[in-house]
Design a binder for this molecule. Sequence first.
Ligand code: NAG
Ligand code: NAG
Length: 488
Amino acid sequence: MHALALIHFLVTVAALFGAAAKRDDSGKLVVAHVIVGNTYPYTIDNWTSDIQLASDNGIDGFALNVGPTPGSRIALLTLSGFDLGTRPRPTSGSLQALHVVRHDGPVLYASSDAATLRNYITSYATHPNQLLVNGQVFASTFSGSDCTSARVFCQGWNSQFISQLTGQNAVHFVPSFFSDTSAYSEFDGVMDGTFNWNGGWPVSLTVQSAQSAIQGLGSALGDATFTAQLESVLNSSIGTFSTDQTYISALNAVSGDSKTYMASVSPWFFTHYPQSSYNKNWLYLMDNQGYNTRWETLISNRDSVDIVEIVTWNDYGESSYIGPVEGAQPQGTTWATGFDHTGWLAMTKYYATAFKTGAYPAITQDQLFMWARPHPKDAQASNDGTGPPTSYQLTEDALWAVAFTTQPATVALTTGSGTTQTVDVPAGVTRLSMPLTAGAGMAATMTRGGAAVLSVSPGADAFTFNPNPQTYNFNAFVAYATANGTTS
Ligand SMILES: *[C@@H]1O[C@H](CO)[C@@H](O)[C@H](O)[C@H]1NC(C)=O
Ligand SMILES: *[C@@H]1O[C@H](CO)[C@@H](O)[C@H](O)[C@H]1NC(C)=O
């Protein structure tokens, strides 16, 4: 098994950041998916600072994606002084509980693996920061339904996992099974809810599906930027609730008084491993500020959503992270270092708060966020045997920006010398975009009544839209600034 496959066969765990954050059964939660394998160099201090950062930005807990064998990546954590094999020390702010996990169906048949999964539950069941739902240990998975027959597979989960965890160890099981939702009756007695992992991205939007939708629109996917018409056709697939609705309806086939629907939100997706390693080379289109759109969708459908899982905190290999780039990355990951995403984290609190409370909070600080890919979509990388990622044609060579403003203001975006777009924006959240210029960078200012409010200026060393890249990189570089204290 490849190392990355291992990561992806891992489990999902949820740890809440404080007893006060423990979910009461009517409350809504926002958690972020953490690939524990990528944290193996972490010290307790690194965990503490990540937890603080997440908590400061509206995230209630981490969903810890952990592997089947304690001897592998978990042991590496132990080496760094954080022992997941025993109950975490009750250090203030330290990592707390886990919920579990997913597994590959056949793997589950190895009783030692099932025992490992059960051990994750029993080790943390009574920890004060374990997420409980209906008094049961909340457990989720990434996958776990990959086996020849849903029935056989369910028997495995049932006999090896659910039915062996009783009393204080009983689980509220909300897996992400990538199986046909029309067969959910097979999961009766196994699932207490479902997690729609792929719901955050328009996974069905492909070059082929787009081609038929955009015929006659007078611009083509080959263009660097699209007409408003074409853009809006693509945009209409991003951030929707359609697969969520399918999953929620499918849960009707599962019995239970208190079923949990967990939705996913993700800012981005690009992965680029050659056939000789993990053989993954594609993107999902998240242009048009898709992260913002998806959050707005989840907020307007919040009556149907119990928990939102941000996918992810630190999956550098799939470019979906909103946490800092730190810790470790899978071998061959060349596209994350230098590509900060914490602007998306800073944007998260506003949406997470709206999801949990039902009302968008007042904007109390002026902020400006902007992001872009580092090279034109049609650039020919000079030293990349893997080729451009599947679906790259759907992207636009655009700078995407979002302004959070306390009062009306003027925003000027610059993507090259003499290439500035100036827009008067109302108070609130405003989306902006403009074409990028090959060889130039990105910068922005916000002014009000002629006075400077903030500026974002990452500089050419941090970001240049490079027409001659060595390797393909469809990850985003995110810059941002907050009035009274600038970051980028
Ligand atoms: C994309 O769709 C979202 C949701 O409908 C909308 O808010 C946004 O303005 C759209 N963007 C563009 C460029 O059409
Ligand atoms: C852990 O935190 C220290 C102190 O902030 C930092 O220097 C180090 O790079 C971090 N380590 C990792 C693996 O992120």
